[in-house]
Each structure stands twice: as structure tokens, then as C-alpha cells.
Ligand binder design. Structure first.
Ligand SMILES: [Zn+2]
Ligand SMILES: [Zn+2]
Length: 216
């Protein structure tokens, strides 16, 4: 495929930049930088001559990239799928498989039904939004970038499922973490320690038991 292309879809990216949009061989609409200005073609449409792999970059999610990279490095996993929810409970799937530098962000639906939201470079954090990314998705990715464990916790509370393997969570410590003890071990993440509530409740229970036995 020739690297030179003409895009007639010139519009704003979710990050605010005006960019040219192209269709990838996998059918995802992605954006590239406009370096040589926008012209009006013979049909009166805006057009820009662009380079297919001159990917637009919206910014960098270094915290998010680091979280994913650590999970991959510590587990030696060949693929990683992290399921999260936006503030309005829409599912967002972050998926990566061996040999890629890009983390694929989508709604997690089966392949050709899925909506592509963004790509994040797991080495640098450099990311770009897809054409169908929303402010809600952007807010979630920013939250993951700042506090990935908090995003996992929110997922666990809302679904009682592990954000890594989607297995049901039946232990309160797992629900609090957003992932089960198995995945916590696999990815070397804290588990069973962040639950202040659990500790307090355990103390209360012990106290109650003691009082009971004293009074008997
Ligand atoms: Zn952008
Ligand atoms: Zn799990």
C-alpha cells in the first residue's frame, strides 16, 4: 500500500487538533497529521495530501502505559485484556497482544461489531483517539492514567467481576481491589491490604465476640 494518501475527511480530533482521517486495512478510522495544508479538490471538498503512517498523536498517557507494561512484564503474559467502565457504566476494553507496541482501546464487542476508541503506545504512552471516541472514554482513560488501581476498584464494585479475567469475584477483598487474588499474584498487584473497611469490620467482629464471651 502506497504511503501517500489523500484524505477528504478533515475534522477535529477529540483532543482539539484538526487532523485528516483515513481507514486502516482493519477498518478502523484513524487520524494522521496534516503537514501540507488543506486544499479544495475538483468536487469542492476539502482534501489533504497525507502520509498513512504519519500518525497523529493527541498526547501521552504515561501512567496508563506504565501500568500495562508492568502487568505484562511481571506476568510474562502474551496477551492482556483489562475491562473497565466509564462513569456512565459503558464498558471499555484495553487489549494488547505480544508483538504489538499499541494497546487497543475499544468497547470490547466482538471484532467487526466493536467500536474502536483509541490506541496507546505502551512504551511511550503516546496515544491517539479514534473517530468514535467520546468525552466519557477520554475521562476514563485520564482516570486510569492517574490512578489505575482506582479504576480497577470501580469496575469490581460495579460488576463483581475481575477486571483482568472477568471471572466473578466472591471475596470482599477481591471486590474492593477489582481483581481476584489469582490475578493480583499474577500481575504483582496489592490485594487484601487496601480494604480499610474490611480491617475495621474484622476488628469490630473480634470485639463483639470478646464481649459476648465475657458476658457469658
Ligand atoms: Zn487528537
Ligand atoms: Zn482475574
Amino acid at each position: 500500500m502506497a504511503l501517500e494518501a489523500t484524505s477528504t475527511v478533515i475534522k477535529q480530533c477529540l483532543c482539539g487538533a484538526t487532523v485528516a482521517w483515513l481507514m486502516s486495512s482493519r477498518g478502523n478510522v484513524y487520524s494522521v497529521e496534516i503537514r501540507n495544508g488543506v486544499v479544495i479538490d475538483t468536487s469542492g471538498n476539502e482534501a489533504a495530501n497525507v502520509i498513512r503512517n504519519d500518525f497523529h498523536e493527541c498526547g501521552a498517557y504515561r501512567g496508563l502505559a506504565k501500568f500495562m507494561r508492568n502487568a505484562i512484564d511481571r506476568s510474562g503474559a502474551k496477551r492482556l485484556r483489562v475491562k473497565l467502565l466509564t462513569a456512565a457504566n459503558l464498558p471499555v476494553l484495553l487489549s494488547w497482544s505480544e508483538g504489538n507496541t499499541a494497546l487497543h482501546v475499544s468497547d470490547g464487542m466482538p471484532y467487526h461489531l466493536s467500536t474502536y476508541y483509541a490506541s496507546v503506545n505502551i512504551e511511550t504512552g503516546g496515544f491517539r483517539f479514534g473517530e468514535r471516541a467520546t468525552v466519557e472514554v477520554k475521562n476514563l482513560l485520564e482516570a486510569v492514567d492517574k490512578r489505575p488501581l482506582e479504576a480497577a476498584r470501580a469496575y469490581g464494585r460495579a460488576t463483581n467481576e475481575c477486571c483482568f479475567c472477568q471471572q466473578p469475584l466472591d471475596d470482599e477483598r477481591s471486590i474492593l481491589a477489582g481483581y481476584g487474588s489469582h490475578c493480583a499474584k499474577k500481575f504483582a498487584l496489592p490485594w487484601g491490604t487496601g480494604g480499610e473497611n474490611t480491617t475495621k469490620r474484622a476488628k469490630r467482629t473480634r470485639k463483639a465476640v470478646r464481649i459476648d464471651s465475657d458476658s457469658s
